[in-house]
Design a protein around this ligand. Structure first.
Ligand code: SAH
Length: 349
């Protein structure tokens, strides 16, 4: 059963600053993680397959109007080669992520998924933004197992400010996730922590929505300002003093720990955005609720162009170099690199 935390308790934990009390939260999250998903850490190889984007998300460095940015789209052969490399490392799944790129045609993507499924043992996770249902269905049929689509914030007014008018509403993403689950996908969603204007109450609602959706995967990281974006340039006011959520490591770890308590069986990565806050942050994530790491396997010449936020932690470290030390990192924490695709453990167990 999920932890019986209510809204008042969630908000109290988000506002907690006493290190001894926080130690209890970390312990509770780590105990729940161990009891429900074990000591294995699933490694998902990330391929950032295109940085073309039709959207104008106010926080994101690859937004359409960021014209200074050279655009790329990986070829099918490059993606399949990346997937083979991921399989060669022994990781269990590939995550294909991109901007919302209409140039990624339905049939073309389906063909790539079929090839990856035929040529590797990997599970396939997609993170290609909002698409017509026919695309999700075709990709599921081609062999995709999971879809990641963060709702970013459950606060409709804040969502409207960060996703300027392209006819989207926050619950479009939530509705799409529900339909994808009905198609047989495992579904993942998540948020950014510390968006300008995000309050403790709205963050607690986000966490409550994780529980209501019974998410299979939860991705969350700190909001990291990108100077070439409206939000990074300070276009949005922060919430009044005492109510604005900070975008720091501590707050992100509190959210990770609470996500583990609210969705005990979910697969939860210690995200790249969290690692961007400091060398110890990834390990903090893993010892405060996370059970997944997503090594970036995007070819380096593309990786630096997939700049959703500045100085992504993994930009300068090759996939080989990270692979060479990830086992060590996990073993130092008493954890074990997992084998196999690493789908969700039994629901409701
Ligand atoms: N186009 C896809 C993938 C977006 S990138 C989609 O829309 O779902 C994946 C995630 O990176 C986003 O969902 C967002 O939560 C996060 N992200 C984007 N810009 C960011 C920033 N400046 N700081 C922190 N996280 C960011």
């Amino acid at each position: 059963m999920p932890d019986e935390l209510d809204m008042t308790e969630i908000i109290a934990w988000l506002r907690e600053s006493d290190p001894a009390r926080l130690g209890l939260l970390w312990r509770r999250a780590d105990d729940t993680r161990r009891a429900r998903v074990g000591d294995e850490v699933h490694l998902r190889g990330l391929l950032e397959i295109s940085n073309h984007c039709a959207r104008e998300c106010g926080y994101c460095g690859i937004r359409a109007s960021n014209r200074g940015l050279p655009r790329y789209r990986m070829t099918a052969d490059e993606i399949v080669a990346g997937a083979r490399r991921i399989a060669g490392y022994g990781y269990g799944s590939v995550v294909m992520q991109a901007g919302e790129d209409p140039g990624l045609r339905r049939e073309w993507v389906a063909g790539v998924i079929r090839r990856v499924r035929a040529e590797t043992p990997l599970a396939v996770t997609l993170s290609l933004g909002e698409r017509p249902d026919a695309d999700y269905a075709a990709w599921r049929q081609a062999g995709a197992d999971r879809y990641l689509l963060r709702f970013e914030t459950s606060d409709p007014a804040l969502f409207a400010r960060i996703h300027p008018p392209l006819g989207t509403r926050p619950f479009d993403r939530v509705d799409a996730l529900r339909r994808m689950r009905a198609m047989g996908y495992e579904i993942g969603s998540g948020i950014m922590v510390g968006l300008p204007g995000q309050t403790y109450e709205s963050l607690a609602e986000d966490l409550e929505l994780f529980r209501a959706l019974d998410l299979d995967m939860i991705g969350l990281g700190p909001y990291l300002p990108h100077p070439d974006t409206p939000l990074g340039g300070g276009s949005l006011p922060v919430a009044p003093p005492g109510t604005q959520v900070p975008n720091d490591e501590l707050m992100t770890c509190k959210c990770l720990a609470l996500a583990r308590l609210l969705c005990p069986a979910a697969n939860i990565p210690s995200t790249t955005a969290l690692s961007a806050l400091g060398a110890a942050s990834r390990t903090h994530g893993l010892s405060r609720g996370a059970n997944v790491v997503m090594p970036n396997v995007t070819p380096e010449r593309y990786r630096r162009l997939y700049e959703i936020y500045p100085a992504k932690a993994t930009v300068d470290e090759s996939a080989d170099a990270f692979h060479a030390r990830v086992g060590e990192i996990l073993r130092a924490l008493g954890r074990i690199p997992a084998r196999g695709p690493g789908g969700r453990q039994q629901r409701g167990a």
